[in-house]
Design a protein around this ligand. Structure first.
Ligand code: FES
Length: 135
């Protein structure tokens, strides 16, 4: 028994010494530097759920993009102007955004994120995963 305890303690100390991490660190969610510039960023309503998972895309630093909030664009996750169709009666407008570094980002496709346009994990909620998505 004592040998077992000693063995366990040695193993635990070894894992601490090699900085063993069981879970990878959570990815940092980027911020939109244009969030305070455009009033569209403050819209209260979210669009329809386009997809139940985020979209990975390469974005260039300093370039301005328009992320679809209404969920009806045909070129997701970016806006294609579909929200202007008067017959659809869409009330949401696209979110203009920039990134600070050129790299790949996860953009929200469920349109329910609280950190527009970046995925914040809201798509994992049960209501979103069980929601009906039109094809
Ligand atoms: S896809 Fe919308 S929060 Fe992740």
């Amino acid at each position: 028994m004592l040998a077992r305890r000693i063995n366990l303690k040695i193993t635990t100390n070894y894992l601490k010494a090699v900085n063993y991490v069981t879970k990878p660190p959570k990815p940092e969610i980027p911020k939109n530097p244009l969030a305070d510039v455009y009033s569209a960023s403050n819209q209260q309503t979210n669009g329809v759920i386009y997809d139940k998972k985020p979209f990975k895309i390469m974005l260039e630093a300093g370039k301005t993009y328009s992320w679809c909030l209404c969920g009806r664009s045909k070129s997701q996750p970016m806006c294609d102007g579909t929200h202007r169709d008067v017959f659809l009666k869409v009330t949401q407008r696209p979110i203009r955004f920039q990134v600070e570094k050129t790299k790949e980002y996860w953009l929200c496709n469920c349109k329910q994120t609280k950190n527009r346009p970046f995925c914040d994990g809201a798509h994992k909620q049960k209501e979103i995963q069980e929601a009906f998505v039109r094809v």
